[in-house]
Design a protein around this ligand. Structure first.
Ligand code: NAD
Length: 448
C-alpha cells in the first residue's frame, strides 16, 4: 500500500479537535477490552480484534472473560455497535485510530518476546492508510514504538509523521481495582511529533480527564517501566526484610505498619510468596534487556528479580519447618494451598507464585491440593494440572494449609478455626484469635 499524498503535514486531516471517532483495538484482554468498552460508552464506534478464536466467540456472545467488565456492560456495548472480530475479518482501514494492546511476555531466559506486538503490527500494516493514527499500548522497552513497530508499519511505504501518526500510550489499569480505571487516573502519551501527541491525547480525552503529553514515545515507554520496576524493587526490599525479621524474631508486618505511620517519604509495600501477573515479574526484564544493549547492567532490576523469584522456595521451606515442628516430614504430607490467583479477588493466575509453591512442594514429596473460588483449574510450574478442591475438604484433609492468596470469597476465619497447621504468607491471620503455635507467618515466625 502506498501513499498517494505529496506534501507532509498538508496531507493529514486536522484531527486534534477530537475528530477521530472510529476506533479499532487489536487485543481484547485485560487492557484492550476495558479500553474498547470505555470508548463505546463515550459514544465512539469501536471494532475489536483478537487472535484467540474462542475469546472472539465468547465476547461476541456477551460473555466477558475478565473480572472488571461485567457481562451486562459487554452486552450493552455490543448493542451500541461494538463489533468483535477475528484478524481475518478485521476492517482496520475503516478506523481513524488503531490501538495495539497485545501481550508482551518474556522468554524462558527472560528476554523480551515482541512476537505478539510484531504480529499485531503486521495486521495493522496490511490495512494501514494515510491519515490514520496508530497507538501502541502494550508495555515495552523504550525504542519499540519508534523501532521495530514503526519499521513494520513503514513497510507499506507510508512514513510515520508524514503519512500517518504513531504514538505510545501506556496503560495503568490494575485488574480487580476499579479505582485504577477511573477517568481521573492520569494517562501518558508520547508520539512521533507534537501534533501527533496532541491528536492521540485528544482521542484519549474521550475516556480520560487527565492526559499528560510527553515529548516522545520513548519517554512514555520508560515511564511505564519505571512504575513497574519501582514496585518490583520495593517488593523485593520488604521481602528481604521479611527474611531478616524471621531470623531476628521481629514481626515484619508490625515494622511495616509502624514505618507507614510516617506521613511523607515512605510508601507501604508488603512481603509475600512472590510476585505474579503480567506486569511485575515481566516488565523489569524489558528494561534490563534494553539497558544491556547500551552496555549498562541494571543491577536493581536483576537483584529485585532474584529476591522475588526466590520467595516461593522460601514458602516451601516454611511449610517444611511447620511440619517439622509437628514431627512430620514434608515428604508424604498432604498440603493444601489456599489461593492460586496472583493476587486477591481476581481470577488472573498468570505467573502466579502459587505455580512455583505447588511444584516446589510436589518436588519434595508433598501431596498438594488447592482451593480457589476464582480459579477452577490451575497448572503448576512443573506442568501438573490441578482442580480446585472444596474448602472443607481441603482443610480437613491436609496436614498443613498454606495461604498464598487471601481472597475475600474464602472463609479464612473457618480456615484458622479448623486447620491444624497454617503457614500464612500474606498476614491473613492478623487480628484473629487462634490457638498458640498453630500459625507460622512469613516474616514473623510462630504466632505465639
Ligand atoms: N493486565 C494488566 O494489568 C496490564 C496493565 C498495564 C499494562 N499491561 C500491558 O498491556 C499489554 C496487554 O496485556 P493484557 O493483560 O491485556 O494481556 P491479555 O493476555 O489479557 O490480552 C491480550 C489479548 O491479545 C490477544 N492477542 C495476542 N496476539 C494478538 C495478535 N497478534 N492479534 C490480535 N490479538 C492478539 C490475545 O488473544 C489476548 O486476548 C501487555 O503489554 C501488558 O504488559 C497490562
Amino acid at each position: 500500500m502506498h501513499s498517494d499524498l505529496e506534501g507532509p503535514l498538508a496531507t493529514r486531516p486536522a484531527t486534534t479537535d477530537g475528530a477521530d471517532r472510529r476506533i479499532a483495538i487489536v487485543g481484547l484482554g485485560y487492557v484492550g477490552l476495558p479500553l474498547a468498552i470505555a470508548f463505546v460508552e463515550a459514544g465512539l464506534t469501536v471494532e475489536g480484534i483478537d487472535a484467540d478464536a474462542p475469546r472472539v466467540a465468547a465476547l461476541a456472545s456477551g460473555c466477558s472473560p475478565i473480572d472488571d467488565i461485567s457481562d451486562d456492560r459487554l452486552v450493552a456495548a455490543l448493542a451500541r455497535g461494538f463489533s468483535v472480530l477475528a484478524p481475518a475479518d478485521a476492517d482496520l482501514g475503516a478506523a481513524d485510530a488503531v490501538f495495539v494492546c497485545v501481550p508482551t511476555p518474556i522468554t524462558k531466559s527472560k528476554d523480551p518476546d515482541l512476537g505478539p506486538v510484531l504480529a499485531a503490527a503486521t495486521l495493522v500494516r496490511e490495512h494501514l492508510r494515510a491519515g490514520q493514527l496508530v497507538i501502541l499500548q502494550s508495555t515495552t522497552f523504550p525504542g519499540t514504538t519508534n523501532g521495530l513497530f514503526r519499521e513494520e508499519l513503514e513497510r507499506t511505504g507510508l512514513k510515520a509523521g508524514r503519512d500517518f501518526d504513531l504514538a505510545y500510550a501506556p496503560e495503568r489499569v490494575n485488574p480487580g481495582d476499579p479505582a485504577s480505571a477511573a477517568k481521573g487516573v492520569p494517562r501518558l502519551v508520547g508520539a512521533t511529533s507534537p501534533d501527533a501527541t496532541a491528536r492521540a491525547a485528544a482521542l484519549l480525552r474521550h475516556i480520560n480527564d487527565d492526559v499528560r503529553e510527553l515529548s516522545s514515545p520513548e519517554a512514555a515507554e520508560l515511564a511505564k517501566l519505571l512504575e513497574n520496576v519501582f514496585r518490583n524493587v520495593n517488593i523485593a526490599l520488604v521481602n528481604q526484610l521479611a527474611l531478616l525479621c524471621e531470623r531476628m524474631g521481629i514481626d515484619v508486618w508490625e515494622v511495616i505498619d509502624a514505618a507507614a505511620t510516617k506521613p511523607f517519604g515512605f510508601m507501604r509495600f508488603t512481603p509475600g510468596p512472590g510476585v505474579g501477573g503480567h506486569c511485575i515479574p515481566v516488565d523489569p526484564y524489558y528494561l534490563a534487556w534494553r539497558a544491556r544493549e547500551f552496555g549498562f547492567v541494571d543491577r536493581f532490576v536483576e537483584l529485585a528479580g532474584d529476591i522475588n523469584l526466590a520467595m516461593p522456595r522460601h514458602v516451601v521451606d516454611l511449610v517444611a519447618e511447620a511440619l517439622n515442628d509437628r514431627g512430620k516430614a514434608l515428604k508424604g504430607a498432604r498440603v493444601g494451598v489456599i489461593g492460586v490467583a496472583f493476587k486477591p479477588n481476581v481470577r488472573d493466575a498468570r505467573n502466579s507464585p502459587a505455580a512455583d509453591v505447588i511444584a516446589g512442594l510436589g518436588s519434595r514429596g508433598a501431596i498438594v491440593a488447592y482451593h480457589d473460588p476464582h480459579v477452577p483449574t490451575f497448572r503448576a510450574a512443573d506442568g501438573e494440572r490441578l482442580e480446585t478442591t472444596p474448602l472443607d475438604q481441603l482443610v480437613s484433609g491436609s496436614d498443613a494449609i498454606v495461604v498464598v492468596t487471601a481472597h475475600r470469597a474464602v472463609d479464612l476465619a473457618r480456615v484458622y478455626r479448623d486447620a491444624d497447621l497454617v503457614v500464612d504468607t500474606v498476614n491473613s491471620s492478623a487480628g484473629r484469635t487462634v490457638p498458640a503455635r498453630r500459625i507460622l507467618r512469613l516474616g514473623a515466625g510462630w504466632n505465639v
